[in-house]
Structure formats: C-alpha cells, structure tokens
Design a protein around this ligand. Structure first.
Ligand SMILES: Nc1nc2c(ncn2[C@@H]2O[C@H](COP(=O)(O)OP(=O)(O)OP(=O)(O)O)[C@@H](O)[C@H]2O)c(=O)[nH]1
Ligand SMILES: [Mg+2]
Length: 305
C-alpha cells in the first residue's frame, strides 16, 4: 500500500527511535569503539549483533555483507550493510494518499500490543487532521471491546463495536459500511489475539480480509502484524502463518522501550522480508512512531548522540 503523510516521523521522533534502538549494555557500540580500522574484529561485531537479538543467521549475513563493502572503517561498512537491509521507500517520497480510503487490519498473537497500537494509530491520524474510526473486531472477549472503547474515548475517536461472541467479519462489514457513509478513514481494525498454529482462527482472518476486499475494493488495505519485541526470536516464528492467512504487509514492533533489544527489527526485515512500519516505545498514546531506518541504525551503532 502507498504511504500517507501522517506516517512521517519528526526529528524529535527520530531521536526517540535512535534511543530505543541503542544497546543498553554497550553491545554493538562497545565492539565498534574498537573498530575504527577498515578491518575490525568481525567476529566480535557478529557476537554483538547476536546479543542485540538479531539472531545468528541474520548477524552472520550482515557481517558478510559488511565485509563486502569497499572502503571505509569497519563501522562505516557495517552501517552501509545495516542501511541496505533496513531502508525502504521513504514515506515522505511517496504520494500522499490522504484523500483515498485506507483500511488497516491489526493481527498478531495474544498480548502483542494490537489494541493499544490501534488506539495509538487512531490518535496519530487524528492529530494529522484525518477522521479515523476504530473497529473493535476482537469479539472473542467482551473486555477487549471495553478496552478499545475506553481508548477511543480517551483519544476522541469514533468506534464501531462488534458484538461480544459475534462474527468479527460481520463487525468489519458493519464498520466499513458506516465508515464509508460518514467518510471516515483510516479505518483501523483491532482483532483478537491468536496463535498462528490454530487453523480455524487463521481462516477467520482470511474471511475478514475477504470482507474488506468486498466492501472496500478500492481502498488501500494494509495488514500489519504486531510483534512484541521483547519476545525476541519467538516473534518471528509467528509471521508465516499470519502471512498465509491474511497477507501481511508490514510489522508493528512494540515494546522497544521495555528491555527489548533492537536487533529484532533486523531479523524481521531479513528473515521475514517485511518492512517494519511502526515501533512502539511506551504506553502513552503518542508512543507509536513511524519507523525510520536511518535513525534506527544510528541508535544501534551509537552514532545518534
Ligand atoms: N512498554 C510498552 N508497553 C506496551 C507497548 N505496546 C503495548 N504495550 C502494553 O502491552 C500490553 C498488551 O497490550 P494490548 O494492546 O492489550 O495487546 P493485544 O495484542 O491487544 O492483546 P490481546 O488482545 O490480549 O491479544 C498492555 O499493557 C500495553 O500497555 C509498548 O510499545 N511499550
Ligand atoms: Mg487486544
């Protein structure tokens, strides 16, 4: 899907992304202090990447990419490899789609941060003068609908609620009808947490996706997989099941503030081939930031300050 202007990060937000990516115990930063030479101790850097939760395969891949970079210090060569991996089309270069319909479907395992991220996205869209609507399609638990209702009220954003125990696809159907009648977008849909191994629940996602396609055939639809960064490598195992069922377009990486190590973002990009779209850095409404590769890599390498 095309990117809209409300996804662009400010300089202040870029600094927060760098801070969240910065390794707390030294890690890559410490290893890099000793790598101003063109040929640093590559195995030490590789270990530092593994310690930052990048995973062994990803760390090895990055180091071999860095070694192939011609010229520069070890730090510069690693930086080039990291940016090659993480850089995406910059949101600011993409045409604004603020006038077209947008539908965002949030999926993921239990507790990843879907509901709070939905509210944060709505808050951000509203702050950018859009008219978002939240959709409580987690009909599995009544408390989930209550949770989103409270968050919607806090952000001053309208909500379309599914019936507790009802069909989430039906809730989405009603919400899209309402959104289109009132000209509300983006439509931000919260779904129930589910394990990627439960076929029935994955089929439910496929159905939701079909309903969106049917009711909003011309909309920009973006399916975002919400991954808890503190789950480290476990988060990655979830993606393929979700991708098969719902066609994942990108990732929201939550809880980067909560002791997570930033290397997970590298693994998401390299192993899943999915762009990180947003990062969660706290529990407040404003703590969801559009991912910025340069700021992230600066933080990871300790270049930001
Ligand atoms: N520190 C921190 N906490 C977060 C972040 N994102 C979410 N949380 C917290 O994680 C917990 C779970 O968040 P929810 O949004 O309810 O997760 P969920 O995926 O909707 O959970 P289920 O609906 O049960 O599957 C809450 O206590 C959130 O406040 C983040 O970026 N940083
Ligand atoms: Mg939830």
């Amino acid at each position: 899907m095309k990117l809209a202007f409300w996804r662009k990060s400010t300089n202040e937000e870029k600094a927060s992304i760098s801070a969240a990516a910065a390794p707390s115990g030294g890690g890559i930063l410490q290893a890099l202090r000793r790598s101003l030479a063109p040929e640093p101790d590559w195995s030490e850097l590789e270990r530092a990447l593994i310690q930052s939760d990048a995973g062994t395969g990803v760390a090895a891949g990055l180091i071999s990419a860095a070694r192939e970079v011609q010229g520069g210090t070890g730090r510069e060569r690693l930086r080039t490899a990291l940016l090659d991996l993480m850089r995406e089309e910059s949101p600011s270069d993409a045409p604004s789609t603020a006038s077209s319909e947008q539908v965002i479907l949030l999926v993921g395992v239990n507790g990843a941060g879907k509901t709070t991220s939905a509210a944060k996205l709505a808050a951000r869209a509203k702050a950018a003068s859009l008219q978002p609507i939240l959709v409580a399609a987690d009909t599995f638990r009544a408390a989930a609908i209550d949770q989103l209702r409270l968050l919607a009220a806090r952000e001053g954003v309208p909500i379309a609620e599914g019936k507790p125990g009802g069909d989430p696809a039906a809730a989405i159907h009603d919400a899209l009808t309402q959104a289109s009648a009132k000209g509300l977008h983006p439509v931000i849909i919260d779904t129930a947490g589910r394990m990627q191994t439960k076929t029935g629940l994955m089929d439910e996602l496929t159905k939701m996706r079909r309903v969106i396609q049917k009711l909003a055939p011309t909309a920009d639809v973006e399916v975002l997989l919400v991954i808890d960064a503190t789950a480290g490598q476990n988060g990655l195992a979830q993606a393929s099941g979700f991708n098969r069922a719902a066609g994942v377009d990108g990732v929201i990486l939550t809880k980067l503030d909560a002791g997570a190590r930033g290397g997970v973002a590298l693994a998401v990009r390299r192993e899943l081939g999915l762009p990180v779209r947003w990062v969660g850095v706290g529990e407040r409404g404003s703590d969801l930031l559009p991912f910025d590769a340069d700021a992230f890599v600066d933080g990871l390498l300790g270049d930001a300050v």
